[in-house]
Design a protein around this ligand. Structure first.
Ligand SMILES: Cc1cc2nc3c(=O)[nH]c(=O)nc-3n(C[C@H](O)[C@H](O)[C@H](O)COP(=O)(O)O)c2cc1C
Length: 269
C-alpha cells in the first residue's frame, strides 16, 4: 500500500511538472510532454482505480474478521454471566461460600435484599464481585435516559440463582410483586433464560400451605427449585427447610447450564 500511495504522490508531482512545462510555453502536444505524460497519466489513473479496489477488499476483509470475532464471543470461550442473589434467610450466612463456589465457572454479579445483609459477612465476598443493593438501584438513576439497574442486570445475566430464597421473596415472586432490586430483576426476567431458587426457611414455614401454592406458581413460570434439606435448623428445630448445600446448588446449576449450552451448539445460553 505504501508503494501504491508513493506512485500516486509521484503522479501529483508529475502533474505539477506538467503545469510548469505549460507555463514555460510548451504545448500539450509537444513531443516530450506527449510521450511521457499521456502514458503516465493512463498508468496512474488505473493505479488509482486499483488502490480503491484494494481499499474496498481490505475493508471487506476487516469487516469479516470483526464479524467472526463477535461470533466467537458468543461461543464456548465466554463464561456464563451469573446473577447470584440472596434474600433474608439465615442461610444467607453461606452467601460468600456460594459466590466462591461459582467464581471459577462464571462471571458473577450479586444482588442482595436489605434483610439478607443482616446475615451476610461482607469479608466473605470474593474480591471483584460487585454486590448490588436497593441503594444502588436508586442512586444509579438520576434522570430520564439513565440506565435502570434492574433492567441492566436482567439484560446482562445469562442465568440467575436466588440462594437463599426466603418465604417472603418466594411469595412476592409467585404473586409478581416487585418492591426491591431483586424482585424487580425477577419481574423483568426473560424466562427463556434459566432461573434457579434454593428456598431456605423454618420447617413451619416450609410446611405451610402457602409454600406449596407459591412453589406451584413459580414452577409454572419455568423457575427451577433446588429443594431444601432436612437437618437441625439455625433456630434449633429439626426438620425440612434448610438451604441445600452450596456444592449441590453449584453442581445443579452448572450441569444444567452447561448441558443446555451444548445442545444450543456451544452458545452460552
Ligand atoms: C433472625 C431471623 C432469621 C430469619 N430466617 C429466615 C429464614 O431462614 N427464612 C425465611 O424465609 N425468613 C427468615 N426470616 C424472616 C425474613 O428475614 C423476613 O421475612 C424478611 O422480610 C425477608 O425479606 P426479604 O425476602 O426481602 O429478604 C428471618 C428473620 C429473622 C429476624
Amino acid at each position: 500500500m505504501f508503494l501504491l500511495r508513493f506512485f500516486c504522490d509521484l503522479h501529483l508531482q508529475y502533474t505539477l511538472l506538467f503545469c510548469y512545462t505549460r507555463f514555460r510555453g510548451a504545448r500539450f502536444c509537444d513531443a516530450p510532454v506527449q510521450v511521457i505524460w499521456i502514458p503516465y497519466y493512463c498508468f496512474s489513473a488505473s493505479l488509482r482505480r486499483f488502490i480503491v479496489l484494494i481499499d474496498q477488499v481490505m475493508d471487506f476483509a476487516e469487516s469479516m474478521i470483526s464479524e467472526q470475532e463477535v461470533v466467537k464471543d458468543n461461543l464456548g470461550p465466554r463464561k456464563p454471566r451469573l446473577l447470584l442473589a440472596a434474600s433474608g434467610s439465615v442461610a444467607a450466612i453461606k452467601f460468600g461460600h456460594l459466590l466462591h463456589s461459582f467464581s471459577d465457572w462464571a462471571e458473577i454479579k450479586a444482588v442482595v435484599t436489605k434483610s439478607s445483609l443482616h446475615f451476610i459477612d461482607k469479608a466473605s465476598i470474593p474480591k471483584g464481585v460487585v454486590i448490588y443493593t436497593d441503594e444502588e438501584e436508586w442512586s444509579s438513576w438520576k434522570k430520564i435516559g439513565d440506565n435502570v439497574l434492574h433492567i441492566e442486570l436482567r439484560k446482562w445475566a445469562d442465568v440467575m440463582v436466588i440462594a437463599p430464597l426466603s418465604a417472603n421473596t418466594l411469595g412476592k415472586i409467585a404473586g409478581g410483586l416487585c418492591d426491591n432490586l431483586l424482585t424487580c430483576v425477577v419481574r423483568a426476567w426473560d424466562f427463556n433464560k434459566p432461573l434457579f431458587v434454593a428456598p431456605a426457611m423454618n420447617t413451619y414455614m416450609w410446611n405451610n400451605p402457602f409454600t406449596t401454592r407459591h412453589l406451584d406458581a413459580i414452577s409454572e413460570l419455568g423457575i427451577s427449585v433446588v429443594p431444601p434439606i432436612t437437618k437441625r435448623l439455625a433456630c434449633g428445630d429439626y426438620g425440612n427447610g434448610a438451604m441445600a448445600e452450596p456444592s449441590v446448588i453449584y453442581s445443579t446449576v452448572m450441569l444444567a447450564v452447561d448441558s443446555r449450552a451444548q445442545t444450543n451448539g456451544n452458545i452460552v445460553l
